[in-house]
Design a protein around this ligand. Sequence first.
Ligand code: CO8
Length: 260
Amino acid sequence: MTSTPEFIQVRTEGRVGIVTLYRPKQLNALNDQLIDELGAALKAFDADEAIGCMIVTGSEKAFAAGADIGAMASYSFADVYQGDYITRNWETIRQIRKPVIAAVSGFALGGGCELAMMCDFIIAADNAKFGQPEIKLAVIPGAGGTQRLPRAVGKSKAMDMVLTGRMMDAQEAERAGLVSRVVPLDKLQDEALGAALTICNYSLPSVLAAKESVNRAFEGGLSDGVMFERRLFHALFATADQKEGMAAFVEKRKPEFRHC
Ligand code: CO8
């Protein structure tokens, strides 16, 4: 990144890159600058050979309470359509190839919930609350919420959330399949870091292929997806790490991956 970011904090723990959303007074409401900074930080980690996995997190009270309503309030249709405002810079996050874990505590509402869903999986604290309350503002989700939420929780619950604007707590989110694990608030960061470090220890080419292949399940049909997965599976036999991983198993020792 060229300049010091204002609305995020960036650090590393071993091979894990961690981005903390930081607009505490606005409950991490997402404005263009914050999303630009987040995208730049994730891209930098993605390009950094020393990093194997990323975590995006917020504060105890809020992962992010949505897009910045104050910033959006006066936009006209022409502003948002012609300028492609508000959601334009969210595409950067979709281009990240290494895994990104969302560690969510507190509110993940509107664009905050959509941001969490853009990550590869969500680990939630027991105080997390998810929702797509845009309907209360006379709009609808604009960063993929109407598409990713039904894929995560099914049509009925997604309709319920999007049409009533109600929040769902961490337990309901886990039952519905929106989050992969729920842990006590004070264990959230350790749990996410543990998962990220586990991923970092695996061979990077296989990690990239696994992410790409699971994502394919959401983009196309089943037979295309299965064929895509098979080709990636075959391709991984071209890596040195596959030889090492399987030899280590046969020789009953720990593998030493070189990420190639
Ligand atoms: N935008 C701007 N400011 C916000 C936002 C927000 N989304 N959420 C909270 N804040 C501000 C409040 O205005 C308040 O500021 P101040 O102290 O200056 O008055 C401060 O954060 C604290 O908020 P509250 O006093 O309201 O705190 P409470 O604990 O009483 O309530 C809530 C917390 C329930 C989270 C409440 O703040 C709330 O309902 N916030 C709005 C939630 C919402 O509607 N989110 C959806 C926004 S629309 C959206 O995300 C569309 C996505 C479109 C595509 C994505 C593009 C980015």
